[in-house]
Design a protein around this ligand. Structure first.
Ligand code: 5AD
Ligand code: SF4
Length: 445
């Protein structure tokens, strides 16, 4: 009988995309995937190290999974991803995970998973946390086991070499490398043929995508890649994440502006509104440069939604610095934001060289002020959309009522409207009649 494998994923979109690669590698070796943990012979937890609470969540989950091991003594439990890379063999110690982990595989070791499972069977230590300078899994076609059949991720590059001082990613995901243009374009093409209507090109910093064509030696940058993917079909929507403000070029903005099927949604993590804090973070731009980039976006793509990431309470952040973050948020008028308290990560430059000196209660208070302001900005942004008409790509039934369907507009806002026999993948013109800070509601026009 084929062994059943269950994959649970934490963290960023890149991790979800990696889990699809893992599923592909395993099904190629005749493992069968299951969506029920208690039916599995093998459980892989694909993990995230970005903040301490992300790791804590995984450690708690590993403890919980102990129950399944009691039921099935042959269960194999593997930890994949960023925590595997950061903690390595430490994870094999029962005291760390509160449960026995059998296998540890970092983000560049997934081709080795079948071998690692054999090592577990023969009682050997099953650990591979070797980072690679070349691995892009370009030839592996991901199994879209958890998707909605309409939108999919395509990973275009791996790793990161920006070394923001707070960030663990350069250590867990290694050197930056870009996947070949032809493998990306053919994967996007194939998804379109299979009925997918939206793809998101993924990388830790997509703006530094660079691939040298083997045939003619020409170097392709991100804006050229984006154009090639957009050219596949006008009915294929294209998104991308994440961009670094320091390399967001006008050339790229022009490509977005020119193509109706490249979504008008730009995620541009600012992290802080204070130039002094940005310097300590090694972000390589100032408040002013960031605001200039925003101005270019607003000039070239007036209808674009702009979203961001913000960290509250980084090392040395003063009340004045915090006020500058709030004022920048108002100046830009972000449509949406992911907001976090600074969490010191072992091995990062900040951990080694800077002091995590903002008291916990101050971090919490600042984060709350940031969240409260963003809620107002999001509500204002949505209210401004009432009366407008958007083209919405239907993803499925609304979670709240089966008389409604939901989908996203180009700006990546969730739109809910009455079902009129729509199918996932349909494009529908919807006039917005009402909203909350999180969702737009509308009627078909
Ligand atoms: N603490 C808090 N937030 C962090 N991020 C990255 N590292 C940390 C950290 N140590 C946030 C940044 C990044 C997002 C993915 O996570 O805002 O853009
Ligand atoms: Fe988490 Fe970053 Fe790793 Fe993604 S790359 S899983 S966000 S640590």
């Amino acid at each position: 009988m084929e062994k059943k494998i269950y994959i649970e994923t934490y963290g960023c979109q890149m991790n979800f995309s990696d889990s699809e690669i893992v599923a592909s590698i395993m099904t190629d070796k005749n493992y069968e995937s299951t969506t029920e943990a208690d039916k599995a012979d093998i459980i892989f937890i694909n993990t995230c190290s970005i903040r301490e609470n992300a790791e804590q969540k995984v450690l708690n989950r590993l403890k919980q999974l102990q129950v399944l091991r009691k039921k099935n003594p042959n269960l194999v439990l593997g930890v994949l991803g960023c925590m595997a890379e950061r903690m390595k063999t430490e994870l094999l110690e029962e005291t760390t995970a509160g449960s026995k982990v059998d296998m540890v595989a970092g983000p560049d070791a997934y081709r080795d998973l079948p071998q690692l499972l054999l090592d577990v069977e023969t009682g050997q230590k099953a650990v591979n946390v070797i980072l690679s300078a070349e691995e892009t899994y370009a030839d592996i076609s991901p199994v879209r086991y958890a998707g909605n059949g309409v939108s999919a991720f395509i990973s275009i590059m791996r790793g990161c070499e920006n070394f923001c001082t707070y960030c663990v990613v350069p250590y867990t995901r290694g050197k930056e490398r870009s996947r070949s243009v032809s493998s990306i374009v053919s994967e996007a093409h194939d998804l379109f043929e299979r009925g997918y209507r939206e793809i998101t090109l993924l990388g830790q910093n997509v703006n530094s995508y660079r691939y040298k064509d083997e045939m003619n030696g020409k170097v392709i940058g991100f804006h050229e890649l984006l154009q090639m993917v957009a050219d596949i079909d006008p009915l294929l929507r294209v998104r991308f994440a994440t961009s670094h403000p320091k390399d967001m070029s006008d050339e790229l903005l022009e490509v977005i502006a020119r193509n109706q099927n490249i979504c008008k949604a730009i995620h541009l993590p600012v992290q802080s509104g204070s130039s002094a804090v940005l310097k300590k973070m090694n972000r390589k731009y100032t408040r002013e440069v960031y605001l200039q980039r925003i101005q270019s976006i607003k000039t070239l793509i007036p209808e674009a939604a702009i979203t961001t990431d913000i960290i509250a309470g980084f090392c040395g952040e003063t009340e004045q610095d915090h006020q500058e973050t709030l004022s920048l948020m108002k100046d830009v008028g972000f449509d949406f934001a992911f907001m976090f308290k600074y969490s010191e990560r072992p091995g990062t430059i900040a951990e080694k060289k800077l002091k995590d000196d903002v008291p916990e209660d101050v971090k919490s208070k600042r984060l709350q002020e940031i969240i409260d302001l963003q809620n107002k900005l999001s509500l204002k942004s949505n209210r401004d959309d009432v009366g407008k008409v958007f083209e919405v790509l239907v993803e499925g039934r609304s979670r709240k009522s089966d008389k409604y369907v939901s989908g996203r507009n180009s700006q990546n806002k969730m739109v809910v409207f009455p079902d009129d026999g729509f199918k996932p993948g349909d494009y529908v013109k919807v006039k917005i009649t009402d909203c909350t800070s999180a969702t737009l509601k509308g009627v078909v026009v």
